[in-house]
Design a protein around this ligand. Structure first.
Ligand SMILES: Nc1ncnc2c1ncn2[C@@H]1O[C@H](COP(=O)(O)OP(=O)(O)O)[C@@H](O)[C@H]1O
Ligand SMILES: [Mg+2]
Length: 1011
């Protein structure tokens, strides 16, 4: 199971230096000697029967192949099963695994390993229904082998029927059901076996395995030699072990398997009774006695007790059984029935036909019973998704016996059909792949067996058709006449011959044998019994007898027994035609699926371990077409790999691709890699795959990879250590960070618990410095906190104060940090001229004037009023008063009862200019007017700070009206009066008693009493 070294030979025959039989055999032999029984040809698996238990199977091995690509592990059946399973699961394709090879080559064993693999890798969710299906799938083999397998000279456990098993999967890839098709059971084996062979296992198992009491109930004796049908194989056992115990343990295993599958106890008892009945039937013999007066002799059964047994075991009336054995009912036109007595020969023939038919129906019933358990139930594709199928075909291999009969013809025809399919699919697939990948393809010669298939199955002329014709002809047609007919039809066929056509060939007997050159070798068939076997005739009396049995299990096997004898039924299809039809259907079914092939080879004829008979194998290699397979596979290209897979395997051999490439595509990277190795001439680039012409290229790449792997392993080990350390560091960092964040948040919470306390609402709380990761979070929090705090504060302000707050906010917006003192901490009175404290002497006069103005201009509110010192464009300074209402700016004369000197509409005011100092200079700019230059003051100035108030009140008012007020802060204010531009600035002067203006050289100076 370990990786393979070069001493084990080439794991893929495609890698051979030359494709010759010698090289092929040498590799096969070398691998076989090293216990490597599996080798690929591309995706086809060649398997050699080891005839010994090898440590290749079981759960551990299965795990190694699960989810791997075909080439990643040494060749194995599991890899093929896995490939089929993955194709099914990934691409929702139906797939099939076709296992072929001659009898004893290991086909059935292979199919069992495939099933085990599939059972092991499915149902990870442990659904009971899936487990049940898997149990039945695995156990069904054991039951089918008991009834359908027998010891032959080629294989001690030879399948005497063909088996095709479908396993249905749901969209998750779990098996949810299955179906078994069985093909052509070799029922003649019930009657007779070659020397060294046995009847079907089931008979011996019942005889050797049943308890004494049950055996007595079946009227059986333990010794198989007592019964005609089992006498031949009585001294032989299945595998060469101790006789009885072996058979008994098999018997118990089958009983257990039947129980697990779901056979009911009474069904199993019926099965045993039917087997016993067949054995008794086999011992019935007929005596013909002369009786006077009768032209025909009188026929009777030699041992009547046997009839009793058969009647009892089949639960049918004794007289009827006897009548069926000795005579038959014939419908002679109309509704008249005649009972016609058998001759001794006819009776024996009828008895044998009966025994065969009973056994065959039993076998078919077992298969259908298993199917009924495995059937997928209640599936609705719209609800459950599409089901997919993996089919496993384990069908009888090519057979040549000393005497070959109708069954061998069928079996070998089946193998021809499968070979056809193999050729078709392998070639077709190959061709399609080249086309898909855009690569030119060249054809390879190989032997096409289509003509042999034609020889057998062709309508009207083929062997089966000629046989059918013989069977349906009126009069007595003998096998010999059939042979003559064959000779006439196929005289010139290159694959057909007979003694008649080739009189010198003494290996064939005259009038009895014909020979077909099959793709796998020549087989001489004896025509004796062909017609009978093909007709497969069973008297209706007998069918009716079985149908009328009171054993429901037996009765269920004979539904056709209910037909009335007088019903003129159509001639039933012959055995050959039925078989041909089933083969055509099978091949069609397989062709619709994605195929995987297992080609089994039998190493020697003696079933011994560790011996590979070269001649024997060479023959199989030849007829299986394995060399052609290799050639087709290599036609042009020995190997192909999708670009990503190729890179994965070889990227370490090139600096551009290790550890990861930076090229535009995987294809480009592969190209760079190959160029570095100088191998670009030996490959072709498909759309998705790289095609490699000669195996040597692969070998070169493999070698260079092998050189680098130990270094990479070392590197990886080191990197892994470093990676671990780094990972530890990161973990610590992560935890530390988490701790810091938590600690910070806890601290915030602690500090801000007091934030709800009025009146400060957390104004003095200090935000702790956050960890870097929390900085944005904290910024947001701080902003949120400010808003929250503002809201708390604003909430507590009485509505009467709101106007003042708004004005102060407006003032702050324009003056904050630009002007030293804007009177923020003081209550803003606004209308100073009306205030008795501020204007004790003249507030009364002003009130009168205000009244008059209100009547005249009907303003709403006084925004601001104050005494000012004013300078005009003639450089004259005067005391005046300023009044701002919501409609006008008035200049008043305080000396003359506040008479209005000028009124300007408030909308005309565009801005204000103030200085950054403590002085009370204000310049009012208005559209279409001279700028008004004033210094606000009370009558006694030193604590005056009303500039901010004027700015704030006006700004808030404008804001409310939705227009902008331009406020400029400058220590040298430009102004314009009647078109002349002048400047005004402030000069602090300690000795100045009251603020006043001075004019010199076209500029104003406000002399401000400082200190
Ligand atoms: N992989 C294997 N490992 C061990 N023994 C095997 C293996 N394959 C086949 N055999 C042996 O060969 C015998 C015949 O194999 P079987 O599968 O019945 O052949 P086929 O079905 O091709 O006629 C088996 O009974 C078994 O003893
Ligand atoms: Mg088999």
């Amino acid at each position: 199971m370990d990786e393979e070294g070069p001493e084990c030979g080439k794991p893929d025959f495609v890698l051979l230096d030359q494709v010759t039989m010698e090289d092929f055999m040498e590799n096969l032999k070398l691998r076989f000697e090293k216990g490597r029984i599996y080798t690929y040809i591309g995706e086809v698996l060649v398997s050699v029967n080891p005839y010994q238990e090898l440590p290749l199977y079981g759960p551990e091995a299965i795990a190694k192949y699960q989810g791997r690509e075909l080439y990643e592990r040494p060749p194995h059946l599991y890899a093929v099963a896995n490939a089929a399973y993955r194709a099914m699961k990934r691409r929702s394709r139906d797939t099939c695994i076709v296992i072929s090879g001659e009898s004893g080559a290991g086909k059935t064993e292979a199919s069992k390993h495939i099933m085990q693999y599939i059972a092991a890798v499915t149902n990870p969710s442990q659904r009971a229904e899936v487990d049940r299906v898997k149990d039945v799938l695995l156990k069904s083999t054991c039951v089918l082998e008991a009834f359908g397998n027998a010891r032959t000279n080629r294989n001690h456990n030879s399948s005497r029927f063909g088996k095709y098993m479908d396993i249905n999967f749901d969209f998750k890839g779990d098996p949810i059901g299955g179906h078994i098709h069985s093909y052509l059971l070799e029922k003649s084996r019930v009657l007779k076996q070659h020397v060294g062979e046995r009847n079907f296992h089931a008979f011996y198992q019942v005889l050797r395995g049943c308890e004494d009491a049950e055996l007595r109930n079946l009227h059986l004796q333990r010794n198989p030699a007592v019964y005609n049908f089992t006498r031949q194989g009585a001294g032989l056992n299945v595998s060469g072990g101790a006789l009885e115990s072996d058979e008994r343990s098999h018997y118990l295993a089958v009983m257990e398997a039947m129980r697990v599958i779901g056979f009911r106890a009474e069904e199993v008892r019926s099965v045993h009774r039917i087997l016993a009945a067949v054995l008794h039937l086999g011992n019935i013999e007929f005596l013909e006695t002369e009786e006077a007066g009768l032209e025909q002799g009188h026929l009777e059964v030699a041992e009547e007790q046997l009839v009793d047994h058969v009647a009892e075991l089949t639960a049918t009336p004794r007289e009827l059984v006897l009548r069926c054995l000795l005579s038959r009912t014939v419908a002679s036109g109309g509704r008249e029935l005649i009972e016609k007595r058998h001759t001794a020969a006819e009776a024996s023939y009828a008895r044998d036909a009966c025994a065969k038919a009973v056994y065959q129906r039993l076998f078919e019933w077992v298969v259908s019973r298993i199917n009924s358990v495995m059937e997928t139930r209640d599936r609705d594709p719209r609800r459950d998704g599409k089901d997919t199928v993996i089919g496993v075909l384990d069908i009888y291999g090519f057979e040549v016996f000393p005497v070959n009969s109708f069954e061998q013809l069928c079996i070998n025809y089946c193998n021809e059909k499968l070979q056809q399919l193999f050729i078709r699919l392998i070639l077709k697939q190959e061709q399609e792949e080249y086309q898909r990948e855009g690569i030119t393809w060249q054809t390879v010669d190989y032997f096409n067996n289509a003509t042999i298939v034609e020889l057998v199955e062709r309508p009207h002329r083929g062997v089966l058709a000629v046989l059918d014709e013989a069977c349906s002809a009126a009069g007595t047609i003998t096998d010999r006449i059939f042979l003559q007919s064959l000779d006439t039809h196929h005289r010139h066929h290159p694959h057909y011959t007979s003694r008649q056509l080739c009189p010198t060939d003494k290996t064939m007997e005259f009038g009895r044998d014909f020979r077909i050159k099959h793709y796998a070798g020549d087989v001489t068939y004896s025509v004796e019994g062909f017609i009978d076997k093909n007709r497969d005739h069973l008297f209706q009396d007998f069918k009716r007898l079985m149908y009328n049995s009171s054993d429901p299990t037996l009765r269920a096997m004979w539904p056709d027994g209910q037909q009335d004898i007088t019903e003129v039924t159509k001639r039933p299809l012959t055995a050959g035609t039925l078989f041909k039809n089933s083969m055509v259907a099978l091949v069609e079914n397989l062709a619709s699926k994605e195929p995987f092939y297992v080609r089994c080879i039998k190493p020697n004829e003696d079933k011994v371990a560790s011996r590979l008979d070269e001649d024997h194998c060479r023959h199989q290699v030849a007829y299986l077409g394995l060399l052609e397979n290799v050639r087709v596979r290599r036609a042009g290209f020995a190997s192909r790999q999708p670009y990503p897979r190729f890179l994965l395997r070889y990227k370490m051999t090139c600096e551009y691709t290790w550890p990861n490439h930076l090229l535009g595509s995987d294809k480009a990277a592969v190209s760079a890699l190959l160029e570095q190795h100088g191998l670009q001439g030996d490959v072709a680039f498909g759309h998705t795959k790289l095609f490699i012409r000669s195996p040597q290229t692969l070998v070169t790449l493999e070698q260079s990879r092998a050189r680098l792997i130990p270094i990479i392993v070392l590197l990886l080990q080191k990197a892994r250590q470093r990676c671990r350390r780094l990972r530890a560091v990161y973990t610590i960092m992560r935890w530390f960070r988490r701790h810091k964040v938590r600690a910070h948040l806890a601290e915030l919470q602690r500090r801000f618990q007091a934030a709800r306390q009025p009146p400060l609402y957390g104004r003095d709380l200090i935000w702790p410095p956050p960890p870097a990761v929390l900085q944005p979070f904290q910024d947001t929090c701080q902003a949120l906190f400010c808003r929250w705090r503002a809201r708390q504060l604003v909430k507590n302000i009485p509505p009467s104060d709101m106007a003042q707050i708004k004005a102060k906010v407006a003032a702050m917006t324009v003056l904050q940090e630009l002007r030293q003192d804007w009177g923020c901490r003081r209550a803003w009175v606004r209308d100073y001229l009306s205030s008795a404290t501020d204007n004790p002497t003249a507030s009364g006069l002003f009130a009168e004037r205000l009244k008059a103005l209100r009547e005249k201009d009907s303003f709403g509110a006084v925004l601001f009023s104050s005494h000012v010192r004013k300078v005009n464009r003639f450089n004259k300074s005067r005391d005046r008063a300023l009044l701002l209402t919501d409609r006008h700016v008035y200049k008043l004369d305080p000396g003359r009862q506040y008479r209005v000197m000028r009124a300007t509409p408030l909308e005309a005011v565009t801005g204000l200019s103030v200085t950054s100092g403590r002085d009370q200079l204000v310049v009012l700019h208005a559209r279409g007017q001279d700028d008004l230059v004033v210094c606000l003051h009370r009558c006694r100035p030193p604590l005056d700070n009303r500039v901010g108030e004027l700015v704030g009140v006006l700004a808030a008012h404008c804001q409310g009206k939705g227009r902008a007020l331009e406020v400029r802060v400058s220590d040298c204010i430009p102004l314009s009066q009647r078109g002349a531009r002048r400047l005004v600035s402030v000069e602090p002067k300690p000795e100045q008693p009251e603020p006043d203006f001075r004019c010199s050289r076209g500029a104003f100076t406000l002399l401000w009493p400082s200190g």
